[in-house]
Design a protein around this ligand. Sequence first.
Ligand SMILES: CC(C)(COP(=O)(O)OP(=O)(O)OC[C@H]1O[C@@H](n2cnc3c(N)ncnc32)[C@H](O)[C@@H]1OP(=O)(O)O)[C@@H](O)C(=O)NCCC(=O)NCCS
Length: 164
Amino acid sequence: MPQTFTVRPAGQADGSFLGDMVVEAANWSQGGVRPRHEVLTHPDHSRYVSGWMRSSDAGFVALDAHGEPVGAAWYRMFPRTDPGFAYVGTGVPELIIGVRPIWRAHGVGRALLQSLCDHARAQGFARLSLSVERGNFAVSLYRSEGFAVTQPGHGRDTMVKRLR
Ligand SMILES: CC(C)(COP(=O)(O)OP(=O)(O)OC[C@H]1O[C@@H](n2cnc3c(N)ncnc32)[C@H](O)[C@@H]1OP(=O)(O)O)[C@@H](O)C(=O)NCCC(=O)NCCS
């Protein structure tokens, strides 16, 4: 049973692990078994990690007691001409989060979210956005961390947290 974890800022070398977490996020539902290469070659998903780490990217990685990564949350900025699922406006980064299955429901996701929101606030951002498919319990986590639905979509909602 996993117990203790630590959180550190994400670095350039974390790109591959962040790719794993994009796959987890894409496969969040029980029936989700899209292979890694299929997820990461689709622009809807690859856009969140391709070319990691850009100067405007930021994120956090959770590590188990052996220093192995078990989860990550990060944000990335997209232009109006090439928006992500959660685009709400210029200058609002989009958040992505994933935790390895065995580590879920142990507080890792909440700790990563809090670290990332604190960092975004310190960087001067006024808002963070995310996109979540309807039915994903992650919505209740996001709500409890101050995110609110701003744009109901087809099968997925955009949520925004005000940071100041
Ligand atoms: C969503 C996710 C990132 C949350 O991370 P996590 O480490 O499991 O979350 P936490 O343990 O911090 O739990 C946060 C809250 O969610 C609730 N929760 C956790 N697992 C749950 C589950 N299986 N069902 C319902 N609620 C759950 C907990 O009650 C917890 O609230 P609490 O602190 O009041 O107990 C993680 O479960 C995950 O990677 N899921 C698959 C990928 C995904 O859906 N990504 C998000 C796409 S938008």
